[in-house]
Design a protein around this ligand. Structure first.
Ligand code: SF4
Ligand code: SF4
Length: 482
C-alpha cells in the first residue's frame, strides 16, 4: 500500500480542488447577523437576548477576566513564534484553502485584540505591534472564524509549544456569549436540554414510546425479550447516550440494549436527562457546568450504582470534566466517568462475552475506525473502541497513521457546526477524512460519536466515497448471539 503522504490529500488537484465556501464568506461580510440566536433561547440559557450596547468594553473586560482565571490562555497569547507548524493541520484550512482557517491565523484574531488592550506595546503603538481594536469588523471575523473552528485540537498536536487553539476558540466564544453574540443552532440545542432533557427536544412520552417501539421491533426480529428501560429506579447502570441514538442511530441504541441483555445487567435511561451531549461546551462555561449537572442529578434521583456515557465524542470530553465541574463522583461505583467502549473492553478482557460473539455477522464489511476528536485528543480513548471493533468483525483496516489516533481529522461538524447553515464549511472540513477512507477502500466507517454519525454519511456522499457510517457498539450488536 502507498504511504499516505503519497495519496491525494492536497496533492492531486483533480480530487482536491480548493473548495471555496462562497455562501458563508458572503454572509460573513454582512457582519454578525449570519445565524443569530433567538431571544427566546438565549434568555432561557442566561445569555443577553441581543448584543449589549457597551459590547466593546464588556468584551474587553471579559477577555481580561479570562486571562486572569486561565493562565494557560495568557501563555497561549504570548508564546506563539509563528513557526507555521500548525498552518496546514486544520481540516477547515485543508478543505477551504481560506488562510483565516490556518490555526495560527485564527488565533491571531484574539491575539491582536489581546495585544491592543493588555500589552504596553499594543496600547501605545498598535500598528507596530500587530494589535487591533475590538471593533465591528473584528467581531465579524471572530464570529465567522471562531465558529469555523470545531475545537478539535488537531493543530495543538503539531505545535512545538503545545498551544491549544481550541482553548483560544473557547475563550472567544465565551466573550461573544457575554456580549450577546451567539449562534442559533448551539443556543437552541442548550435551551432544549433545559426544557426536555435532551438536545433533540424529545418529550418524555415520546422517548418512552420509542423505547417500547424498539423493544417490540427487536422481539419480532430476534424473539429475544430485549429491554430499553426508562426511569428504572434502582437500576445498576444509568446510560447517557446521545439522544440521537434513540431516534437516528437506532442501530447503536439496539447495540447498547443487546449487550446489557447478554450480560444480564439492569440498566436504564432517564427522562430527566437522556442526553450525554453537552453543547454548553461550544458556548460558555456556565452552561457547560449546568448541562453536565443534569447527568449527575439524574443518576442520584434514580439511585444507580454507576453512569455510563454512550457514543458521543464531545459528551465524553464534558463527561470526563464531571468531577471538576460538579464535584466528586465517589457516591458511584468506580471507575468514573465510564465510557461505553471502556465498559465493553473491560467486559471483553474479563471474558464476559466469550462464546457470545459471531464475528462473521459483519463479514460483508471491511471496517475502519474514525477517532472522534474529543475521545482521541481530550479523552484518552484510543485503544478501547478498537478492541471492541476487532472483537466484532473479521476484517479491520486502519486508515493512514497521520489521520488516526491523536492525529485524527475532525468529521467537519464538531464544535456546534452540525447545521445546514454552514453546509459548505462542513463538506470542506470533512474532505480529509473522506479521502483517508477512500484510500483504504473500507466500506464501513465505525465511530463512537453521534455528530460524526450525522455528518460523515453526508461527507461520504459529497466526496463520492461508498462507505456506510455506523457505531462501534452497533457492530458488536450485529455480532452478539442472543
Ligand atoms: S505551531 Fe504553535 S508556535 Fe507555531 S504558529 Fe502554530 S500556534 Fe504558533
Ligand atoms: S482546533 Fe481544530 S478546527 Fe480549530 S483551528 Fe485547530 S485544527 Fe482547526
Amino acid at each position: 500500500m502507498a504511504k499516505f503522504d503519497e495519496t491525494p490529500i492536497l496533492k492531486d488537484p483533480a480530487v482536491n480542488g480548493i473548495l471555496k465556501p462562497p455562501d458563508l464568506r458572503e454572509d460573513a461580510s454582512a457582519g454578525v447577523k449570519c445565524w443569530p440566536s433567538k431571544p427566546k433561547d438565549t434568555v432561557q440559557i442566561d445569555l443577553p437576548p441581543e448584543r449589549v450596547p457597551d459590547w466593546q468594553a464588556r468584551g474587553v473586560a471579559k477577555l481580561g477576566e479570562l486571562l486572569e482565571k486561565n493562565k494557560a490562555l495568557r501563555v497561549f497569547m504570548d508564546i506563539c513564534v509563528r513557526c507555521g507548524a500548525c498552518a496546514d493541520k486544520c481540516q477547515f484550512y485543508l478543505g477551504t484553502g481560506d488562510p483565516h482557517n490556518m490555526p495560527v491565523a485564527r488565533a491571531e484574531l484574539l491575539r491582536a485584540v489581546y495585544r491592543r488592550y493588555f500589552t504596553p506595546g499594543g496600547r501605545w503603538f498598535p500598528q507596530a505591534n500587530n494589535a487591533a481594536d475590538f471593533d465591528e469588523e473584528m467581531l465579524a471575523l471572530w464570529y465567522t472564524y471562531f465558529y469555523q473552528c470545531s475545537e478539535c485540537r488537531r493543530c495543538s498536536v503539531f505545535c512545538p509549544y503545545g498551544i491549544d487553539t481550541a482553548e483560544i476558540t473557547t475563550a472567544a466564544r465565551e466573550i461573544m456569549c457575554a456580549i450577546g453574540v451567539s449562534t442559533k443552532y448551539v443556543t437552541e440545542v442548550v435551551a432544549k436540554v433545559y426544557e426536555h432533557g435532551n438536545n433533540l427536544g424529545i418529550p418524555p412520552a415520546a422517548w418512552k414510546d420509542n423505547c417500547e417501539f424498539l423493544e417490540d421491533d427487536l422481539l419480532e426480529q430476534t424473539g429475544a425479550p430485549i429491554k430499553f428501560p426508562v426511569d428504572d429506579q434502582g437500576a445498576d447502570v444509568l446510560l447517557v447516550p446521545p439522544s440521537a441514538d434513540n431516534f437516528a442511530n437506532t442501530d447503536t441504541m439496539i447495540g447498547y440494549a443487546k449487550l446489557f441483555h447478554v450480560l444480564g445487567v439492569r440498566w436504564t435511561t432517564s427522562t430527566y436527562c437522556n442526553e450525554g451531549g453537552n453543547f454548553g461546551l461550544f458556548l460558555n462555561y456556565a452552561n457547560l457546568k449546568k448541562v453536565n449537572k443534569r447527568i449527575v442529578d439524574a443518576a442520584r434521583m434514580l439511585g444507580v450504582k454507576t453512569i455510563i456515557w454512550g457514543e458521543c465524542g464531545h459528551a465524553w470530553k464534558a463527561g470526563i470534566l464531571t468531577p471538576t465541574l460538579n464535584g466528586p463522583m465517589d457516591m458511584f461505583d468506580p471507575p468514573y466517568p465510564y465510557h461505553i467502549c471502556q465498559y465493553v473492553a473491560d467486559m471483553l478482557r474479563r471474558g464476559a462475552f466469550d462464546g457470545k460473539i459471531d464475528k462473521s455477522a459483519n463479514d460483508q464489511y471491511l471496517v475502519t475506525y474514525h477517532d472522534p476528536c474529543n475521545p482521541a485528543r481530550a479523552g484518552q480513548l484510543l485503544e478501547e473502541p478498537r478492541e471492541v471493533v476487532r472483537a466484532s468483525c473479521n476484517r479491520f483496516i486502519e486508515m493512514p497513521a497521520d489521520t488516526i489516533r491523536e492525529k485524527t481529522f475532525c468529521c467537519g461538524a464538531g464544535g456546534g457546526l452540525l447545521t445546514d447553515e454552514v453546509m459548505p464549511i462542513r463538506m470542506a472540513g470533512g474532505k480529509p477524512r473522506a479521502m483517508a477512507v477512500k484510500h483504504v477502500k473500507a466500506n464501513y466507517l465505525a465511530t463512537p460519536c453521534a455528530i460524526c454519525k450525522a455528518q460523515l454519511p453526508e461527507v461520504m456522499k459529497y466526496w463520492d466515497v461508498p462507505a456506510e457510517v455506523g457505531g462501534v457498539v452497533q457492530l458488536l450488536g450485529n455480532a452478539l448471539k442472543l
